[in-house]
Design a protein around this ligand. Structure first.
Ligand code: IPE
Ligand code: IPE
Ligand code: MG
Length: 245
């Protein structure tokens, strides 16, 4: 399989990935879970490069969920350490590749050093006009919707907006993803066929792609397979095939 087979005129504008299976990858190699997360960080780097190379504008990666706070403390601290390390190591590469970094989630719950490192990279890459990479950290879609409802309710209560004005656009504007288009292609690795509280609103019409590959195994070829599958589908958005043709 090579790049030639992908139709460059019909690329998804926004790819989101549930990067799952680090622990199982490590287990398969007889290693501790942490090694899986380290290998997962390498897969992130390769994927970011591959997506940017294709000229795809938006990539959103699910790196840590609100539910992941229930994991053993030691695993959480390793994940946070790896995050800080990756942010530090990748800043230069992001700058060279013109990548802009954002983060979504309840970021205030992250350890201070992670918040600091994250803010630094976000600020330093803010002006970059190439790919827009969004990390979902301490992210939960239900929590995102909950805070949006609270913000909108307050605006109604304080007579800033009338109830009648609440529509999809207003709701979009109060989500963490306010500056992002809807997801076109959602990929989940590791064989699990579930959404795990990721971007519930934004995937309303996304094409879903599930692969048995574990996240550390995911590479450029895996990405190409996912995009090829996406390009074979007919996105009807409620219409009939005839209407589209
Ligand atoms: C994904 O891999 C990474 C995070 C959720 C942070 P897992 O750690 O969930 O790996 P498995 O699912 O246990 O194999
Ligand atoms: C989903 O993976 C969250 C991330 C990839 C960050 P999990 O491994 O936490 O999902 P569940 O618990 O198996 O659904
Ligand atoms: Mg998992």
């Amino acid at each position: 399989m090579n790049l030639e087979e992908i139709n460059h005129n019909e690329l998804p504008q926004h790819i989101a990935i549930i990067m799952d299976g680090n622990g199982r990858w490590a287990q398969k190699q007889g290693k501790i879970r942490v090694r899986g997360h380290e290998a997962g960080a390498k897969a992130v780097r390769k994927t970011v490069e591959a997506v940017a190379k294709l000229g795809i504008k938006h990539l959103t990666l699910y790196a840590f969920s609100t539910e992941n706070w229930s994991r053993p403390k030691t695993e959480i601290s390793t994940l946070m350490l790896l995050l800080v390390r990756s942010l530090r190591n990748e800043l230069e590469r992001m700058t060279t590749n013109n990548i802009k970094l954002s983060a979504i989630g309840s970021l205030g719950k992250l350890p201070n050093n992670v918040q600091k490192e994250l803010q630094e990279v976000i600020i330093k890459t803010q002006g970059n006009s190439g790919m827009h990479l969004t990390l979902a950290l301490s992210y939960g879609a239900r929590e995102e919707i909950e805070q949006a409802v609270k913000q909108i309710s307050l605006k109604v209560k304080n007579n800033i907006i009338p109830v009648e004005s609440i529509d999809e656009t207003i709701i979009n504007e109060h989500l963490y993803t306010q500056n992002l288009p809807d997801v076109d292609l959602l990929i989940r690795t590791s064989g699990e066929v579930r959404i795990s509280n990721f971007l519930l609103w934004q995937i309303a019409y996304a094409e879903l792609y599930f692969t048995d590959e574990l996240w550390p195994e995911f590479d450029e070829q895996s990405l190409q397979r996912a995009i090829l599958s996406y390009q074979k589908r007919e996105r009807r958005f409620g219409k009939t095939s005839e209407q589209l043709n």
